[in-house]
Design a protein around this ligand. Structure first.
Ligand code: F6R
Length: 613
């Protein structure tokens, strides 16, 4: 969703803002703009569409200045258009504001301001902010900071803001409530940004602003205050992320790079959590074995791909810990009447740690006084800061909008957590723990093997990519894999794709099957009847001339005799097969998107970090 960057220092702000905005492109956007102080004036430039449009306009009409703020907008209130692009100005053109979030009481504020004579030029909620500040200045606020604080005390909803005042040319103001914003501390220069990768080239130290705080940035000083104007002390945090982590490193897309990073990411998660004696240890989670013994119930909440990881987590935890585990979508959880009791462990799963629905669900669980554990990829994110405990997925920045390495890292986190809780509750023996850990240790190499099979998978994607639709079927642990495979396909290739529990096929989707429909069947070997049932489902598809693309265990001749195309995967325990199978589906989606010529890293309409509900 919207991205914000701001700079104060001695350099020309324009190239720095443009570079920062490019690094925020992955969040999703449909228009962009910047504002900078120029000698005695303040200039803005905006564009609809991609940042390249803004670059073209800057080439035709060069602009220099400092300090400055920049924005990529993902439309919520008002279509993507010039008038709705940020920065938005007050009536006098002396206050420029960029915003991520939604001002929920904007209509009331706008009515009031219009009645007081303010004229609005856009359809956005954001535009009330500069007008409100202007109004507070006119109404006697003693300085810009006081006017800003007064205005913010009236705004409801969520915001991350960057603000310039024409008459205060040495300062960038920032504010945060519910939407991500960090302050980057450089050498005689300072930055604001929606996330660390946007400014990683320039800084090693950051301040993670809390909700209800403003920051006043000069080139040699940053002051943080609460909304009552009281100073707040923040100990800057050192960023533990290599600048190369945000580069494509020779891959044609970030998504391809991130898929290739999966073996390394999973290996290092295993190294971090498995001791020399094949025991799973989770010191960072910090809950005692006694706590897991008395625990009665687990509730997992998340959105999108992270929800598929949660479903996998549910199946695996039920299997290995004997606990009752429930899952829900963040967007549904708090609008039903969930029974959340104190003895429930609430687990929130999120790559970004900023997903509004997941965060809101977590806050509801906290109100009910249950312990909250987050499985998250971004240190310093809102989710991390609001949790009792965190299990980091340590996948490094994920820039491709379609989640890949963060997903497999979430699955690995659930595998480790399930084994750990299972042992603590005596549901699995030491011997079984060793066997499970040994199987997990084989996963990174198996994924590496899948990545080496990319050409074969590409040929299959090339053959099937042009139909209007595809069906994905799986059972038990691979039911979420089917959902995730379908999601990957639709989000990056725009081919309609539907994931289903294979046993449900007869209850509806079987009507879709004809000689044109690709049906991706996940049929890796299991030790019980699930495999036979999956074979029967494939037979039903075959009988109706569906075009079966099977994911099968190496050397499986039975599946090969039914499927039109087959992707073999290395054998592993069924519980952990989703970690390997999903990589085949990621590649299938990737090459389908490639063949369809879509913008793989930045699919249309999607945002990487969904910070509004
Ligand atoms: C799909 C995808 C999204 C996210 C979802 C939740 O590839 O990435 O479905 O999984 O928006 O995001 P996080 O995990 O950041 O909470």
């Amino acid at each position: 969703m919207c991205g914000i960057v701001g700079y104060v220092g001695q350099k020309d702000a324009v190239p720095l803002l443009m570079d920062g905005l490019k690094r925020l492109e992955y969040r999703g956007y449909d228009s962009a703009g910047i504002a900078v102080h120029t000698a005695g004036d303040m200039a803005t430039r905006i564009c609809v569409g991609r940042l390249s449009e803004l670059e073209d306009s800057l080439e035709k009409r060069p602009l220099q200045g400092r300090p400055g703020i920049g924005h990529t907008r993902w439309a919520t209130h008002g279509e993507p258009s010039e008038k709705n692009s940020h920065p938005h100005l007050d009536g006098s053109g002396r206050i420029a504001v960029v915003h991520n979030g939604i001002i929920e009481n904007y209509q009331d504020l706008r009515n009031e301001l219009e009645a007081a004579g303010h004229t609005f030029l856009s359809d956005t909620d954001t535009e009330v902010i500069p007008h409100l500040i202007e109004q507070e200045l006119a109404g006697g606020a003693e300085d810009f900071e006081a006017a800003l604080l007064r205005a913010l005390r009236r705004a409801r909803g969520a915001y991350a803001l960057g603000i310039l005042f024409k008459d205060d040319p040495d300062t960038v103001y920032a504010a945060r409530l519910g939407s991500p914003l960090i302050v980057g501390l450089g050498q005689n220069e300072n930055y604001i940004a929606s996330d660390v990768p946007a400014i990683l080239k320039h800084i090693r130290q950051v301040i993670y602003l809390n909700d209800g705080e403003i920051a006043v940035l000069k080139q040699d000083q940053v002051l943080v205050k609460d909304l009552d104007g009281r100073a707040v002390h923040h100990e800057p945090k050192t960023v533990d992320m290599a600048p190369e982590a945000t580069e494509r490193a020779g891959f044609e897309t970030f998504m391809l790079k991130e898929m290739h990073e999966q073996p390394r990411v999973l290996r290092s998660l295993l190294e971090k959590h498995v001791s020399g004696h094949a025991r799973v240890q989770l010191p960072e989670v910090g809950f005692s074995e006694d706590y897991f013994q008395i625990l009665r119930r687990i509730m997992i909440v998340s959105c999108g791909t992270a929800y598929h990881a949660a479903m996998y987590g549910k199946f695996l935890m039920e299997h290995l810990t004997g606990l009752a585990v429930e899952t829900d979508l963040g967007s549904e959880f708090r609008y039903r009447s969930p029974r959340i009791e104190r003895d429930t462990l609430f687990i929130a799963v999120s790559q970004s740690g900023e997903t509004a629905d997941t965060l809101a669900s977590l806050r509801l669980a906290r109100l009910k006084k249950c312990k909250v554990l987050s499985i998250c990829n971004v240190p310093g994110s809102s989710l991390v800061r609001d949790s009792d405990s965190v299990m980091f997925t340590d996948a490094g920045p994920e820039i491709g909008v379609a989640s890949t390495k963060a997903y497999t890292a979430q699955l690995m986190a659930f595998a480790l957590l399930s084994i750990h809780i299972g042992r603590a509750r005596d549901e699995i023996t030491e011997e079984q723990e060793k066997e499970l850990v040994a199987a997990l240790e084989g996963i990174p190499d198996a994924i590496h093997y899948m990545l080496e099979r990319a050409d074969h998978i590409r040929a299959i994607a090339d053959k099937h990519h042009d139909g209007p639709s595809a069906l994905y079927l799986g059972r038990r642990f691979n039911y979420p894999t089917a959902l995730e495979g379908a999601l990957k396909n639709k989000e990056i290739s725009y081919q309609h794709a539907e994931g289903y529990a294979a046993g449900e096929m007869k209850h509806g989707p079987i009507a879709l099957i004809n000689e044109y429909l690709p049906v991706v069947c996940i049929c890796t070997r299991t030790e019980d009847e699930v495999y036979d049932k999956m074979i029967s489902n494939m037979k039903e598809v075959e009988a109706r001339h569906g075009r079966i693309i099977a994911i099968a265990t190496d050397g499986d001749k039975q599946v090969a005799s039914i499927a039109e195309d087959i992707i073999y995967v290395p054998e592993t325990r069924e519980e952990f097969s989703p970690l390997i199978n999903v990589v085949a589906l990621q590649l299938l989606a990737y090459y389908a998107a490639h063949a369809r010529g879509t913008d793989i890293d930045k699919p249309r309409n999607l945002a990487k970090s969904v910070t509004v509900e």
